[in-house]
Design a binder for this molecule. Structure first.
Ligand code: SF4
Length: 432
């Protein structure tokens, strides 16, 4: 019998995604013969050893765009091994970068296959093709992938997603790790800097309350006592159109989970690693949420204090909405942690002044300001825009806010990464 091994690249930066990915791979290998699976921080060394013992080695990465620059040398090494062993070594990438730039993932980063979405649905089919199929055939039976066809052209297969995400979970035996519980996938808003809605073509889907509560109970039985919910918009759960809060669904989700976990867990909704849109921070939502959740911080996405810029970037709310959300959150006992993005495309001196004014005012009201620098991510309408630069007026305001102890964020590091992303996107040279 031919033997294959899957090597999953581990990195601390996307450990939560890797928990879900690993749970898919663990189920896959448990139901197939002749396939082993390992997780490796150093896939290069693992692959060098594995090609001695296995007929096929499948190396998998989950990529976020800011990560690719630290992986170039490793990917070059894997490409060299690939040149020597041909299709005995297959390189697969998924994650937001592969979804946003499938062609570049294949042509420039040297992967054989980019998985663009819905790993639970795509990976078992793709791995079956690689492990048991005939790789001289096209991968056209596998949805959601990009690859080079026999003529060398990059082909993208059809879009396919489930009505409700399932088939992966927030716990990996192999990693011995748990992750926040995903309750929602995709987004129906269209902020021009964001990859999330575009990966799933603006569809928003929710895991069912029963599925979420069952996963939480499984975590609880493993000893987890703080359960964090993961969503692009934490208060968006269950919204039929994804654009207005569904208070009854949020309440049912929280109550059911709490009861499934014997009323003995701390629930975290709307805080790291999720945030909430300000237009979803209503009195009704807060009254329900504050009955169940343990977090005192609420992460609210403002992004800019300028109404003109908020319109330009497609946020779908104005600055007044941010002030209202913050006041309501404080009234309900939360500390708002408010996100801002500096150097957005089209930002004028006037926009900077409006944002500085809002940040100072929010800090004065008791908020924490969390700063980000605009990064031109592939697959977004802003992908070819110049990288964000931090205006001196922001630096001045940030210094004052830092003195109040009300500042967080990695905007300095992101300024450097944004420049590298821009260089990568606007050049067409081979990287690997
Ligand atoms: S609301 Fe959030 S997830 Fe949705 S498009 Fe805007 S930034 Fe992205």
């Amino acid at each position: 019998m031919r033997r294959s091994i899957i090597v999953l690249k581990y990195s601390e930066d996307n450990r939560y995604t890797l928990v879900y990915l690993s749970s898919i791979l663990e189920s896959y290998v448990a139901s197939r013969r002749g396939v082993d699976y390992v997780v490796s921080r150093d896939p290069l060394s693992t692959v060098v050893r594995a090609v001695e013992s296995y007929d096929r080695v499948i190396v998998m990465y989950s990529l976020m765009t800011p990560q690719i620059f630290s992986l170039i040398e490793e990917l070059k090494g894997l490409r060299q091994i690939k040149l020597k062993y041909g299709d005995r070594v297959m390189l697969i990438a998924g994650g937001p970068h592969a979804a946003g730039d499938p062609r570049g993932t294949v042509c420039r980063l040297g992967f054989d296959i980019a998985v663009m979405r819905e790993g639970e649905l795509t990976l078992p089919k793709l791995l079956d093709e690689i492990v048991y199929g005939d790789l001289s055939q096209e991968l056209e039976k596998v949805p959601n992938v990009a690859y080079r066809d026999s003529t060398g052209r990059v082909r993208e297969t059809w879009f396919s997603v489930w009505r409700e995400p399932h088939g992966s979970g927030p716990y990996s035996c192999r990693l011995n790790m748990s992750a926040p519980v995903e309750i929602m996938r995709g987004c129906s808003f269209a902020c021009k800097y964001c990859q999330t809605p575009r990966i799933y073509r603006f569809r928003v889907r929710y895991r069912s309350i029963c599925q979420v509560a069952t996963q939480c109970r499984a975590l609880y039985r493993r000893g987890v006592r703080t359960i964090r919910f993961l969503a692009p918009n934490g208060f968006g759960y269950g919204s039929p159109d994804g654009r207005t809060p569904a208070v009854d669904k949020i309440e049912k989700l929280l109550r059911t989970t709490y009861e499934y976990c014997e009323r003995n867990v701390k629930l975290v909704l709307g805080a790291f690693p999720s945030e909430v849109r300000p237009d979803f921070v209503t009195r009704q939502v807060l009254e329900v949420v504050s009955k169940y959740v343990d977090n005192r911080r609420l992460a609210i996405g403002a992004q800019s204090g300028s109404d003109r810029l908020l319109r330009l970037i497609g946020r779908g709310h104005d600055s007044h909405c941010v002030y209202e959300a913050v006041d309501l959150a404080i009234e309900h006992g939360f500390t708002p942690v408010v996100d801002f993005i500096f150097g957005l495309p089209g930002e004028t001196e006037r926009d900077v002044e409006d944002t500085v004014k809002m940040m100072r005012e929010l800090a004065r009201r008791g908020c924490i300001i969390r700063g980000h620098t605009f990064m031109p991510l592939p697959g977004t309408p802003f992908e070819r825009e110049p990288p964000g630069k931090i205006h001196p007026r922001y630096l001045e305001a940030l210094r004052e806010i830092a003195e109040l102890g009300r500042l967080e964020g990695y905007w300095r590091e992101q300024e450097d990464i944004a420049r590298k992303i821009h260089e990568y996107i606007t050049s067409s040279s081979l990287v690997v």
